[in-house]
Each structure stands twice: as structure tokens, then as C-alpha cells.
Write a protein of this length. Structure first.
Length: 222
């Protein structure tokens, strides 16, 4: 009888411990489900590519409206309305337009949506970097995040590895570090989120300078 009681206690303890474990895939799915509740948001972005530094304000509205206004480089703009990608480059005064008709391409433009996160889950294996317990965003930081490592499942993906840092309380993505196939690291740091503020559709209408040169379908032109 005593052995049975001890065994039952051990089984109950083991079951309780297992119940507290959230797999990395399950946690990632919970983040995706949270993003499904977001109608729109604005966020500040600091972007690092090698030694280059960029800064921008991004606006997103479901299902697929995206606008990025850069302060560095000043006046550079990226706009995606679900059908057309427009990039304004102030240096050469060029407007690059690309019609997007392929569904996968359209989804790839909106990785901050449930559909985009689902693509990441489909093509990358997900694991914790340091375990499921929150850790500081960086050394000395008071902000706690959950860090995930996404490793590509096949060599056709554009990034070898993606590191995500997700705010432990809000489940908003705070940092993305992507390692390219050329072993170059691209880092996005997101801050000052404003979620579900009712961004009007007019925010995603861009009127570029009339003096700029226009290049259509630049991604596929020879």
C-alpha cells in the first residue's frame, strides 16, 4: 500500500511538472493566435544590416496593408497594399513598382500576420534558445522576453536561422535577427507599439514626388 501511495505521489508530481512545460511550437502558435486579434498597429523600427543602420516608422492594417516611412535614410518609403509594392528611393529619385499576383508572394510581404507567422512555422523548425522561462532582452535590460530559434527545414529558404525575442507579457515581437545564406545578419528592433488605434485606410495611400523616375515590375525586369 505504501509503495502504491508513493508511486501515485510521484506520478502526480511528474504530471504537474509536465503540465507546466510549454513546447516552443505551442508558444509560437500562441503568439500567432495573439497576432490574429490585432487589427492594426504602428511601431518604431531600428534596422541593422552589417554596418548599415536604418530607422523607420511602420504602419500595418489587416489584412495586408503595410507602410514604412524611413527617417534614416530620410524620406525613403515602402508601401504594400496587397496588390502593389511601391518603394521610393530619394537618392536616385526613383519609384519602384511591383505588381504582386502570386499568393505566396503576397503572404511573404506580411510576416507580421497570422498567415505570415504560419509560413514561418511551416518552413522552419522552432525551439527555445534558452528555455521557456523569460530572460532579459539584452544584458542589463529589465524587459523580459521569450527567445525562440527558427532553423530552416530545407536549403531553399532565404534565411539559415531566425532568432525571435517576444515580450513575455504582451507577446509582441521585440526583435528579429535573421541570418542570410551569405552569413549576413539582419536585425529588426521593434519599439513603441501602438496597437488597435483605428488607422484609417488613407494612411496607406502614397503620393510620391512627381519628378521621380518610375520603374515598373522591377523585381522581374531584365
Amino acid at each position: 500500500m505504501r509503495k502504491q501511495v508513493v508511486s501515485l505521489i510521484l506520478f502526480a508530481a511528474a504530471t504537474a511538472a509536465f503540465a507546466q512545460i510549454t513546447t516552443a511550437s505551442s508558444y509560437f502558435n500562441s503568439v500567432s493566435e495573439f497576432y490574429a486579434t490585432i487589427h492594426d498597429y504602428e511601431v518604431h523600427m531600428d534596422i541593422t544590416v552589417g554596418s548599415s543602420r536604418m530607422a523607420a516608422q511602420a504602419s500595418f492594417k489587416r489584412p495586408d496593408l503595410l507602410r514604412i516611412d524611413f527617417s534614416n535614410p530620410e524620406s525613403q518609403t515602402i508601401l504594400f497594399n496587397g496588390d502593389m509594392l511601391t518603394i521610393y528611393l530619394p537618392g536616385p529619385a526613383a519609384i519602384l513598382n511591383q505588381s504582386v499576383t502570386d499568393s505566396d508572394t503576397g503572404q511573404g510581404m506580411s510576416l507580421a500576420t497570422p498567415q505570415g507567422l504560419a509560413l514561418m512555422s511551416r518552413y522552419y523548425s522552432i525551439a527555445y534558445e534558452t528555455g521557456q522561462d523569460p530572460v532579459p532582452l539584452e544584458e542589463g535590460s529589465d524587459e523580459l522576453v521569450v527567445k525562440l530559434v527558427l532553423s530552416r527545414k530545407n536549403t531553399t529558404e532565404g534565411f539559415r536561422r531566425i532568432l525571435l525575442a517576444i515580450d513575455a507579457q504582451t507577446k509582441l515581437i521585440r526583435r528579429v535577427e535573421a541570418l542570410t545564406t551569405q552569413n549576413e545578419t539582419i536585425t529588426f528592433l521593434f519599439s513603441d507599439y501602438a496597437v488597435n488605434q483605428g488607422i484609417p485606410d488613407q494612411r496607406f495611400i502614397y503620393d510620391p514626388p512627381s519628378s521621380a523616375n518610375i520603374y515598373n515590375n522591377f523585381l522581374f525586369s531584365e
